[in-house]
Design a protein around this ligand. Structure first.
Ligand code: AMP
Ligand code: GLY
Length: 420
């Protein structure tokens, strides 16, 4: 079989490495992929948002199955177009991808179907948004409605910060049209858990839970990033909480999307906060999370392509999905200066026999060189979380590039929680 994977980050590298365990796959194309992915797949220079380019390629190569991984092409309707052209594809269609594409939509959905989430209000008018601040407690959370590269969320610690955030989104349009509508929501506290789930709209199977580390520096300090590391499973996510989430959040969300005639097929990501009054949804994503995928998929024991095809054919219930009882830890190695400005173009040396998922690198001749903020993620597994963390940092020590920077405390909070 010929498979096409749309996307070019660490998440896509993890998906591709997992897919490669299937012996029926002869070739995997990554659009656009990256220099690191090219060690595992044939990279094709077509951007993930170039829907026409993706379509033309899929048809001319006669790919047997496509996987659309990033939010942008999903929200733009890549899956609809591929399906219309007769190409079997994993991922939600445009009507379903709105669950990530519009925060106002997802908040209204949760309200309508009684799915626990932070209290909120939505505004399309700047003045109204500002006056609403008189009615709320501080800190308060301001969110751009649309996609904003994971940056459209501002936690305002003062009223001034809240006003500034609203002005920058609605007036200065720092996130473009994504900010013409804003959601203002209650600030919640508690441990955060990411749960990815396979669903075909009839059956929903949660994967092992995970914990992201979003801040740039140790101790959860510094700026928000795309994710500096992950561990799985997340020790805060007990069996009891998992049952509660299944009953009050996961299944109701699947059913709500069906009710709205927006059946979701693919990987649905639940960003949860375990508050004192129970688990609440912080965000939905219409896709695998990054870098959650880099710890979740290495623990998957069932063939990924079989699952993806079953979802496409709406017979997920026929598949028994198994995860290893191991623990996994992924440490992201970034370019010094990320998430702000950083230099790139430095040669990378790394062991080839390890689970290293490359995000920001390109090939220059035969040399792999840094080409992004987050350069790669190193994943290791262990019988215990402690072992997984120690092995991950050991492998990090075998990777080398100039200006490398990474957090030294990935998994530390989880370890502490485990010991409680
Ligand atoms: P998002 O871009 O939706 O993933 O949000 C980024 C981060 O902002 C989340 O991972 C949370 O840490 C934080 N966040 C989002 N919404 C809230 C909220 N209502 N209360 C507290 N923190 C939040
Ligand atoms: N790790 C969060 C995300 O993928 O959006």
């Amino acid at each position: 079989m010929k498979i096409m994977v749309v996307g070019g980050g660490g998440r896509e590298h993890a998906i591709i490495k997992k897919l490669k365990e299937n012996k029926n796959i002869e070739e995997i194309f990554a659009l656009p992929g990256n220099g690191g992915i090219s060690l595992d797949a044939t990279c094709v220079d077509i951007g993930a948002k170039d829907i026409d380019g993706i379509m033309d390629f899929a048809k001319s190569e006669k790919v047997d199955f496509a996987v659309v991984a990033p939010d942008d092409p999903l929200v733009l309707g890549a899956v609809d177009k591929l399906n219309e052209a007769g190409i079997k594809t994993f991922g939600p269609n445009k009507r379903a991808a709105i669950i990530e594409g519009s925060k106002a939509f997802s908040k209204d959905l949760m309200k309508k179907y009684n799915i626990p989430t932070a209290k909120y209000a939505t505004f399309e008018n700047l003045k109204d948004a500002i006056s609403y601040l008189d009615e709320v407690d501080i800190p308060i959370v301001i969110k751009a409605d649309g996609l904003a590269l994971g940056k459209g969320v501002i936690i305002a610690e003062t009223r001034e910060e809240a006003e500034k955030a609203i002005h920058s989104m609605m007036e200065d349009k720092v996130f473009g049209e994504s900010g013409s509508k804003v959601v203002i929501e209650e600030f919640l506290t508690g441990p955060e858990v990411s749960v990815l789930a396979f669903t075909d709209g009839k059956t929903l199977v949660p994967m092992v839970s995970s914990m992201d580390h979003k801040r740039a520096l140790d101790g959860d300090k510094g700026l928000n990033t795309g994710g500096m590391g992950t561990i799985a499973p997340n020790p805060y996510y007990t069996e009891k909480i998992a049952e509660e989430c299944m009953e009050k959040i996961f299944i109701p969300t699947m059913k709500a999307m069906n009710e709205e005639n927006r059946t979701f097929k693919g990987c649905l990501y639940f960003g949860l906060m375990l508050t004192e009054s129970g688990p609440k949804v912080i965000e939905y994503n219409c896709r695998f999370g990054d870098p959650e995928t880099q710890v979740v998929l290495p623990l998957l024991e069932t063939d990924l392509l079989d699952i993806m095809i079953a979802i496409y054919e709406e017979r997920l219930e026929d598949i028994e999905i198994k995860f290893s009882s191991d623990r996994a830890c992924c440490v992201v190695m970034a370019s010094s200066g990320y998430p702000l400005s950083y230099e790139k173009g430095f040669p990378i040396t790394m062991p080839v026999d390890k689970n290293i998922y490359v995000a920001g690198a390109k090939l220059e001749g035969n040399d792999l060189v840094t080409n992004g903020g987050r350069v790669l993620g190193v994943t290791e597994k262990g019988r215990t979380l402690e072992e997984a963390i120690a092995k991950a940092y050991d492998t990090v020590g075998k990777v080398d590039f100039e200006n490398a920077f990474y957090r030294k405390d990935i998994g530390a909070k989880a370890l502490k929680a485990e010991r409680k």
